[in-house]
Design a protein around this ligand. Sequence first.
Ligand SMILES: Cc1ncc(COP(=O)(O)O)c(C=O)c1O
Length: 370
Amino acid sequence: MTIPFLDLQAINHEYADELKAACARVIDSGWYLMGEELSRFEADFADYCAVTHAVGVGNGLDALTLVIRAWKEQGKLRDGDEVIVQHNTFIATLAAIIENGLTPVLVDTDLTTFNLDVGAVAAAITGKTRLIVPVHLYGQLAPMPEIMALARQHGLLVLEDCAQAHGASLQGRKAGSWGDAGAFSFYPGKNLGALGDGGAVVCNDAALATLVRALGNYGSRIKYQHEYAGVNSRLDEIQAAILRVKLARLDADTERRRLIAERFTAQIHNPLINVPRATHREGHVWHLFVVTCRCRDALKDYLTERGIQTNIHYPLAIAEHPPYRHLTIPTRAQEAAQNQQILSIPLYHTLSDAAQVHLIDALNHFGSAQ
Ligand SMILES: Cc1ncc(COP(=O)(O)O)c(C=O)c1O
């Protein structure tokens, strides 16, 4: 049996008729950018996240970059300001900070949730800190009540990186509605994935939303009048139409993911493998199911031999990449070790029962079968 790490064909096949109808509607409309589909998706997505504004942009990186850029335009951030961010995120979070001339300060994460460690955040705050960027890594909300309390106490902005956590919620509040703004990616493999690139900024601040929209449209609110030095970063009509179809079923898909994750956590009981747990059921949307194992590479090879594709999110620490070598890595030795131990195993809502059984069985026999 072969189990791909992700099966986008199977995932999108479930929506095939509706997706084709949505594309046909856009093709026939003759209107391909900044039209009805985008405004409707933005309204639906803002509603879904329980915020007043959503602005579609070209991708998740741009969503992060444009919010920071907008805060610079508003004078809320300046070159050289320090930004607290976790060390184990995807490179895009760092790229958005550095591209804007701000200084990332990498901090430790909680070893069980992989999310920001509030104590580490508090310890990293200096007179130059202006922004915290919690990343809801692997689909689990960061400890937002504590992070927001800390941010308010020190007068800091908070930008949630929600690229992996569409629909995760805590105390009834969704990802993206906790901070001063949230940034989403609709990269095809995300829980809410387009059929190409896409992203969105969400917030409860009309002025910020207007500014982000202008910055992503050549700094223009009125055609051919450019108030800001902007870029071209727009969510096109076809992707917006596709996302409307998939958003309507996101909660149902997430529930299927949760049930699979719960089965994995209940049934994988190999002492060599640590399985992840959700701190709160609704707080985790299981974008990735990341186990840890001291002999991770052997486990990866063993699973490959059994037809199970795995992945590592992420194999190198940020400061191991040439452009980011100047950044200091957190010193906690355990943290560095975590990088050598993480392994993402397949988890998506179309994963068949047989595949789930094969996976659980393989993981439970690791070590004894060798
Ligand atoms: C945590 C995180 N932030 C940002 C991004 C960037 O999103 P995109 O690839 O759409 O630019 C991603 C995903 O790719 C991500 O996982």
